[in-house]
Write a protein that binds this ligand. Structure first.
Ligand SMILES: *Cc1c(COP(=O)(O)O)cnc(C)c1O
Length: 386
């Protein structure tokens, strides 16, 4: 089977220094909040052009932390797409708030700013929930329309979260989503564009006070610098708890892995874009290949095409040892835990996309000859079924 994502090719490239970095943590004994954590946070700030970066245990925790810091909870509405991974909407019920599902644009599958504004107005008019925040998703790696989404957020006084679990490193006009969003969150799940060897996540922001509160929430609401100003405490402030938090720390070993991977990430993004360009050039006349927003650079977490008979195509490709995947066959508003949440205006674009999308092998190490096999198999299938 051709790999769908080839983590072993990346591991071979990183070689001994990666294994040495892991072993160094093992030998140091600093398994929790070791020096690699602060080093990674500093490097994430540089890479993501952010004033502050906070590592955490997963991309899901990265979404929960800002919601908790802003005290979003019962009675509050957070607007998000339904055509996304469950975590995007799951974090609202986890803090007691309600997701409100908004449809996406047909070309980028990212939040539709016009429908977003209509949904906010509908929720305001109904008067049951208080709009508080928007979670935009950089689906499949490409940036959402942040200038338009941020304008909507500002008009309605809402926070804007960029859920960049699939899109960390994507840019719009050369700028990261954080140029418009209040926070960018990401996941370092192994299959994401920048992944570790387990679970991990991060929250980037430019607001010192917000960062400080999230630092506290990450470790059980422990007192942080801003909490201790003008106070005295006789014992370790670690055991002075200012708010209800949780344990959302990243393991030091994962930070060590990410420091190695971050060094080659920019180069990998270029390689992913070369792979995407080859797919577009050689498939664009037979299937619908992805369109990227003007001035946008995708990091291609997935290369997702649309096909009339995607199940037939998947079976045909599987017969030639070519794996595919469907992200996402069932949008969240069609799933039991989320079906009862508001979806003002309906989600016709989401439903149409969910029935047609299919993702092809995509990673930075996909060799042109292997990619051409995939392309030829797709062309053959389409030709035969025309
Ligand atoms: C993967 C993902 C998450 C959650 O990340 P985890 O690290 O698995 O918790 C959130 N949002 C989106 C869009 C994702 O793809």
């Amino acid at each position: 089977m051709i790999p769908f994502i080839d983590l072993q090719a990346q591991r071979a490239r990183l070689g001994q220094p990666l294994e040495d970095a892991i072993l160094k943590v093992v030998r140091s004994g600093a398994y929790i909040m070791g020096p690699e954590i602060a080093q990674l946070e500093a490097e994430l700030c540089t890479f993501g052009k952010a004033a502050h970066a906070l590592t955490c245990g997963s991309g899901t925790e990265a979404l929960i932390l800002p919601l908790m810091a802003w005290e979003i909870g019962p009675g509050d509405a957070v607007f998000c797409p339904s055509f996304t991974f469950a975590a995007t909407a799951e974090v609202m019920p986890l803090v007691g708030a309600s997701p409100v599902f908004v449809d996406v644009l047909p070309d980028s599958y990212n939040l539709d700013p016009v429908k977003l504004e209509a949904a906010i107005e509908a929720v305001k008019a109904e008067g049951k929930l208080t709009p508080r925040a928007i979670i935009a998703v950089d689906l499949f790696g490409q940036p959402a329309d942040y200038p338009a989404l941020a304008a909507v957020a500002r008009r309605h006084g809402l926070k804007l979260i960029a859920d960049s679990a699939q899109g960390f490193g994507c840019t719009l006009g050369g700028h990261h989503p954080l140029s418009w969003a209040d926070v960018t969150t990401t996941s370092f799940f192994p299959a994401k564009p920048l992944g570790c060897y387990g679970d991990g996540g991060a929250v980037l922001c430019n607001d010192a006070r917000l960062h400080d509160i999230m630092v506290s929430l990450r470790v059980h609401g422990q007192a942080v610098k801003s909490d201790l100003q003008g106070r005295t405490f006789d014992h370790d402030p670690k055991y002075m708890n200012m708010r209800v938090g949780m344990n959302a720390r990243m393991d030091t070993i994962q930070a060590a892995v990410l420091l190695q991977k971050l060094d080659i990430f920019a180069d990998e993004i270029m390689a992913r874009n070369r792979v995407a360009a080859r797919y577009a050039e050689r498939l664009g006349d037979v299937v619908r290949t992805p369109a990227v927003i003007a001035d946008g650079v995708s990091v291609w977490a997935q290369y997702t095409i649309e096909a009339d008979n995607r199940d037939g195509l998947a079976a045909h490709l599987r017969g030639q040892d070519i794996p595919t995947a469907v992200y996402y066959p069932l949008p969240l508003h069609r799933q039991a835990p989320y079906a009862h949440y508001p979806q003002p205006g309906g989600l016709p674009v989401t439903e149409a996309a969910a029935a047609r999308v299919i993702s092809l092998p995509m990673h930075a190490y996909l060799a042109p000859d292997v990619q051409d096999q995939i392309i030829a198999a797709i062309r053959n299938y389409v030709k035969r079924n025309d």
